[in-house]
Design a binder for this molecule. Structure first.
Ligand SMILES: Cc1cc2nc3c(=O)[nH]c(=O)nc-3n(C[C@H](O)[C@H](O)[C@H](O)COP(=O)(O)O)c2cc1C
Length: 312
């Protein structure tokens, strides 16, 4: 597998919430383990940044299996935020990621507002974390997560509290399972978020017609992959038109042209998730493809195409 650094006369760098990325391509939370699992298949040092698996104060074993099922052009998962918990993450997982000298952005969540703020405070005291991504959008847990991300006032209250608890760059990850993404986005911006990432997965369901039961033990799960790309892209568009903080586009990005759709629409960077299950080196091909596109368009910096959407 060719993992050469893209040698470049083109400036792919971008700054988000004060975090300088050498290119706009990051790994999405929960889709690549903690780093060791993917590092033999993907040179992490080439990436713009990584977003870690969602961390909670205490370890969690998530939902019972089956918790993943393939769907047309995508997959449905109900992992339920299984994670090793704050202490083990800091002691055993973070040191491995630091060796790649790229920004490590820690995704986290809580069951209550108090857990969110406590974790925000604890993570702020840890060395080697470039920023935080607050998950208020997981559809697969009973408490916390999406409860905070579907109602503007609740999202505002939570993010205001987390903002007070940390001075690290604060990215808030939004749920697509809402009717008005712009309202949530504005309330989170007003509460002090430095950037937004969207979307998380769309709630969905698959039924086994033989057993007449849902395939997932949790009944419903979160849909990701190319199936959601046009939906996520539309929400990114609505969001960039509603806020002035940077937006990170996520959803079904498999190749450079997909990432470019988000960048042209106004996302400052992108995250890659489900594509890693098919081609773990997809992010490197995407970085190279973005660079080739810029060259083809006669651009010398990524900035020239961000938000260059021509609406008819
Ligand atoms: C197996 C799996 C686990 C995920 N775990 C998390 C998580 O812990 N925290 C989070 O914020 N998002 C999580 N996500 C959502 C992804 O980060 C991403 O927002 C979503 O999959 C859409 O991007 P994609 O279509 O490129 O996969 C998970 C997604 C998948 C498929």
């Amino acid at each position: 597998m060719d993992q050469r650094a893209p040698q470049s006369d083109i400036d792919l760098s971008v700054t988000i919430a004060g975090i300088v990325l050498k290119n706009p391509v990051m790994l999405a939370s929960g889709t690549w383990g903690y780093g060791e699992e993917i590092s033999s298949l993907l040179d992490l040092s080439q990436l713009g940044a990584v977003i870690t698996k969602g961390i909670s104060l205490q370890p969690s074993c998530g939902n019972p299996p089956p918790r993943i099922v393939e769907t047309p052009s995508g997959m449905l998962n109900a992992i339920g935020l299984q994670n090793v918990g704050f202490a083990e993450f800091v002691e055993k997982k973070l040191p491995f990621l630091r060796q790649f000298h790229i920004p490590v952005i820690v995704n986290f969540f809580g069951k209550t507002a108090g857990e969110y703020t406590e974790l925000g405070k604890r993570l702020s005291a840890v060395e080697g974390i470039a920023g935080l991504e607050v998950n208020i959008s997981c559809p697969n847990i009973k408490e916390g997560g999406i409860f905070f991300g579907t109602e503007p006032a609740r999202a505002h209250e939570l993010i205001s509290a987390v903002r007070k608890a940390t001075s690290l760059p604060l990215i808030v990850k939004l749920s697509p399972n809402v009717t008005d993404i712009a309202r949530i986005a504005r309330s989170v911006e007003e509460a002090g978020a430095d950037a937004l990432s969207l979307t998380n997965t769309f709630t969905g369901m698959v039924v086994d017609v033989e057993t007449c039961a849902p395939v997932l033990a949790h009944s419903t799960g979160g849909l990701s992959g190319p199936a959601i790309r046009p939906l996520s892209l539309r929400m990114v568009w609505e969001t960039v038109n509603a806020v002035s903080i940077p937006v990170i586009g996520i959803g079904g990005i498999m190749e450079a042209a997909d990432a470019l759709q988000y960048l042209i629409t106004g996302a400052r960077a992108v995250q890659i998730g489900t594509a890693l299950f098919i081609r773990p080196d997809a992010p490197l091909r995407i970085i190279e493809g973005i660079e080739a596109y810029l060259r083809h368009k006669g651009c010398s910096t990524l900035q020239e195409i961000i938000g260059c959407l021509k609406v008819k």
